[in-house]
Unconditional design. Structure first.
Lengths: 347, 347
DNA sequence: CTGAAAGCGCTTACAG
DNA sequence: CTGAAAGCGCTTACAG
């Protein structure tokens, strides 16, 4: 029964129709699970689909429907832990819904460059998830033309999420509040902060959370020092702070920053946690294995990504299941890098 | 002159034609830079394109041409440094060539699951880059149907790269050779190895490189210990090795593994590099900031990703510029974690 | 140098 | 329940 001699190229809806002895519209109905098809007809079509290895063309579908089953993630970075984890969450959820996922990187925060990247992403025809943790991302979110389905992943919602442009976020305010309180409760006089770029915005939730904790404790409010995203920036910031003997507790915008700070303190001869306590954000995979292991606040980036997709999916398809998409609350993970202050408290 | 009252939706080729007073075929010629168009006509069309904000539909283009300007990266992971960097390299090159990039994650190495993921990626209609560093990726590369443009990113080429299915790789054999030699040259009797999953394959280039260095030095050849991809696996492997006092040098399949090993040695009370030397692969951003900072072999993953795209681009388009795509050779980076052996050599 | 026709593989009304 | 028509926005021959 070796009759697999198709003409050429993948089988189309018409090939299937011919094989099943029906019109191609009927094939369309079957593959779209349209109710009004006689069971016998359906069976014949399905058999032909199977036999020819038919796969419906996503491109043709997109052209005919005017919208493609694609979500493209716009982000300034794909390698740092938080960004990468959000991307992963989106991909997981998209895959489960049989969506394709694209990624566009915002190489620069330059207005024209960002606009170009947004256009390119829009050309793909699906929905957008914009990671707006940094200037480039924030700008991209603003540049998305009205009518294009988009959900933003933001640090702090700038205003109540509009129905047509929803946002997802983690409770960074609470996260910073808890971490600061933890450090304060250990007996530190105040808590310094090494900021990631997103914290630059006046409305930063983390800055606000830390401020609140500091205020409640009547502690001094030293200004945040900029650290960037990676270990190198943390190292530079750490060197600065290490020179000030009054500094005994440092909270960092992410674990990579904290790693750099740890190194700077080591070089400056200031033991952690003996003299200085350090905490980060994210709970990246390696943080538990550093020496000293890092106290941090675990943030559910993957859940955030999944939630973003769920929202987009709902906007894109009426019939999309309104799946619950819980984003776990930030969780303080206390490890070796934080302890009571004191010149020689080490045990 | 506020005449921006288009009917609805984005402008199509016909809208532009109407505005310019030509047929839509002429518009097609202009946007495709076809030579035979009168300059004056071209100018009129271009003006209309500008005025209407026309963007050619990628979907329609793909349907008409039978191929889309997309590259989708198939990978078992998007978060680990090596994988993420390759993805970034592909994205950079693809963006420069005005290609879209998609990503498909191989959640399981299960044959059926991998095949389904490959089909999904194929449905998108462009080319594929498959990261085949692990069983899932290797299987995916095999499952790609003939005729679909694909380039594999592999640890070791299994055979001379076929013309229709090229491969890119870093010289892992050389990298492992150099790292092992470095450790040996410090005076260690032999070098243990904590492997990443890709090293499981009998043809592993790294295993071969290390073996060669060991053989040349007439050193014992302890079998590799499996570590997985992350710090947790490195930690477990490190605990095992730490218990053996004869172990004084450990090479790890990647920097995350090395980080876990470092932690295990610390807990076991074996100072690095005083008693044991450790080296990794990759030179991840944080490796220079660990304490001790990590000796490692820098691998050009981003260049690898760019090279993979260049190859694919060439296969997809006759006219694609044959851009040189150099992948830097592995580079040994000596830091604090490696030193001369000896119970108490610490300075 | 430019226009009219057919087709890429589907879907969405419209008939029957 | 099923088929014939028109159209999604382009490109690719074919004419002129």
């Amino acid at each position: 029964m070796e009759v697999t001699g198709h003409t050429r190229g993948p089988a189309s809806i018409r090939d299937v129709a011919a094989a099943a002895g029906v019109s191609y519209q009927t094939v369309s109905r079957v593959i779209n699970a349209h109710p009004s098809v006689r069971p016998a007809t359906r069976a014949r079509v399905l058999a032909a689909v199977e036999e020819l290895g038919f796969r419906r063309s996503a491109t043709a579908l997109a052209l005919a429907r005017g919208r493609s089953r694609t979500v493209t993630v716009l982000t300034a970075d794909t390698t740092h832990y938080g960004y990468a984890s959000i991307l992963r969450g989106v991909e997981e959820a998209a895959r489960a819904a049989a969506y394709s996922v694209g990624v566009g990187v915002l190489e620069s925060a330059d207005e024209a460059a960002v606009a170009a990247e947004v256009r390119r992403a829009a050309d793909v025809g699906g929905g957008l998830v914009v990671i707006a943790y940094d200037p480039a991302g924030v700008r991209a979110l603003e540049a998305v033309p009205a009518g294009l389905p988009v959900v933003g992943v933001v640090e702090t919602p700038a205003s109540p999420p509009a129905d047509d442009r929803p946002w997802v976020w983690t409770d960074d305010r609470e996260a910073a509040y808890r971490a600061t309180r933890h450090l304060l409760s250990l007996g530190h006089e105040t808590v310094h902060y090494v900021a990631i770029p997103s914290d630059t915005r006046p409305a930063s939730a983390r800055i606000a959370g830390r401020r609140q904790a500091l205020t409640e404790a009547d502690a001094p409010q030293p200004p945040p020092v900029q650290g960037g995203w990676g270990p190198a920036g943390g190292y530079a910031a750490g060197l600065k702070l290490a020179g000030d003997p009054s500094v005994t507790a440092i909270l960092c915008g992410n674990d990579d920053l904290a790693l750099g700070v740890l190194r700077a303190l080591h070089e400056a001869g200031r033991p952690v946690p003996g003299e200085v306590s350090v905490a980060g954000f994210d709970d990246a995979p390696h943080s538990a294995y550093l020496t000293p292991s890092l106290t941090t606040v675990r943030l559910d980036f993957t859940g955030l990504g999944r939630a973003a997709f769920a929202l987009l999916h709902g906007a894109l398809e009426e019939s999309a299941p309104i799946t619950p998409h819980p984003v776990s609350a930030p969780e303080l993970v206390v490890r070796e890098s934080s302890g009571r202050p004191g010149p020689t408290d080490g045990g």
